[in-house]
Design a protein around this ligand. Structure first.
Ligand SMILES: *Cc1c(COP(=O)(O)O)cnc(C)c1O
Length: 390
């Protein structure tokens, strides 16, 4: 079945008693046993809850995996997956990484003796050089955020397999509608479902999908033991958002492509980082391994002084963190989302004080371009006036 149909019908045929088309919220923590030695399949909601189970089966199917696990946030999903590792283990991790993942690795997992090296995961030579006997896994974001670096998943997961490493892919930015890493050789997929999967900036959630019986059983053990699970109400809200994922991703992409092209031509903009553009270094790989492009990208303005007035003058586009919702948001990665990454690493990657990131929503693209246009014009005017007066 096509993904659009799976998405639209999440849970709609799962309730046999009443035939409810919207799967009910089982707001229960505890389930009665019929008799000694018998269970309805549900005992206690940390282990499993009917509403959460429908969501977990859906994400496993969408990602072509064997098991799905819903967590209370994207960070909870990452923490649960990192619990696969032990003291002394080492990970290879994408260089331009989500700030929260970097913070979890450097400030918390490091205290448990788990270390990470940050490398350009698309560079096999760099991976080889940083590989150690104690390396256990590779964690990839593709595209990365905010600089949209692309990793060839088939090549890199193939390399990891040869070395006996687990390949973990954070697929938040593309969702299974556009990219399915497990089909390209990954073992585990992670999502911050707070972003595109939920899609409405109203629910915080994380998802894990595993491939293989042994790994799926191990993850079920960790998910239940750690307990950072998603509640039934939020599981329902997430499924409700996911039903429209296909439509939303198509609109996010088409709007983002038009806005990226508009910004490319703008005199205040020096560079646009978006893999949908043929000028992007990852264009060919992105095109090969995914069915579409994310709705977020970054651009660098010619002068850092433009940043403050642009953020002050945008009206329709909100100055806010996060991404992947129906509303357009703009953020300043160097001081917001990536503030926890040391300046030296940020600069090495290219997250500097002239970089802005936009998460393009599903509003009409003409209104979004008009908003950007007036904000950029106002910024230009203010800086010119400053120059005249100074
Ligand atoms: C937001 C985000 C996370 C963290 O998810 P939360 O739901 O905010 O906990 C992890 N990875 C990526 C790529 C993200 O964008």
């Amino acid at each position: 079945m096509k993904l659009e149909s799976i998405l639209a019908q999440i849970g709609s045929q799962a309730e046999p008693v009443t035939g409810a088309v919207s799967y009910p919220v089982y707001q229960a923590a505890v389930f009665r046993h019929p008799k000694l030695g018998q269970s309805t399949g549900f005992d206690y909601s940390r282990t499993q809850n009917p509403t959460r189970q429908v969501l977990e089966k859906a994400i496993a199917r969408l990602e072509a995996g064997d098991a799905g696990f819903a967590c209370s946030s994207g960070m909870a999903a990452l923490q649960t997956v990192f619990a696969l590792f032990s003291q002394g283990d080492h990970l290879l991790v994408s260089l331009d990484l989500y700030g929260g993942t970097y913070r979890l690795l450097e400030r918390i997992l490091s205290r448990f003796g788990i270390t990470a090296t940050y490398v350009d995961t698309n560079n096999l030579r760099a991976l080889e050089e940083n590989y150690r006997p104690e390396t256990k896994a590779i964690l990839i974001e593709t595209p990365t955020n905010p600089l949209m670096m692309i990793t060839d998943l088939e090549a890199v997961c193939g390399w990891a397999k040869q070395k006996g490493l687990l390949s973990i892919v954070d697929n938040t930015l593309l969702t299974p509608f556009f990219q399915r890493p497990l089909e390209l050789g990954a073992d585990i997929v992670i999502h911050s479902a707070t972003k595109y999967l939920g899609g409405h900036n109203d629910v915080l959630a994380g998802l894990i999908v595993t491939k293989g019986k042994e790994l799926s059983e191990e993850m079920a053990f960790l998910h239940n033991s750690i307990g950072a699970v998603l509640g039934p109400q939020d599981s329902w809200l997430l499924m409700r958002g996911m039903k429209t994922l296909a439509l939303r991703m198509e609109r996010h992409e088409s709007n983002a492509v038009k806005i990226a092209n508009y910004l490319m031509e703008h005199p205040l903009v020096e560079q646009v980082f978006y893999p949908a553009l043929a000028t992007h270094p990852g264009y060919a790989v992105q095109k090969k391994q995914s069915a579409g492009n994310t709705g977020i990208f970054s651009f660098r303005v010619r002068d850092a002084r433009y940043v403050e007035p642009i953020l002050r003058h945008i009206k329709l586009i909100a100055f806010a963190e996060s991404l992947g919702g129906v509303e357009s948001l703009m953020t300043y990665p160097a001081v917001q989302t990536h503030a926890d990454i040391p300046e030296e690493i940020r600069r090495k990657v290219g997250v500097d004080e002239r970089l802005l990131r936009i998460s393009v929503g599903i509003e009409h693209v003409d209104d979004l371009i008009a908003d950007l246009s007036q904000a950029l014009a106002a910024a230009k005017r203010e800086i010119e006036e400053e120059r005249c007066n100074g």
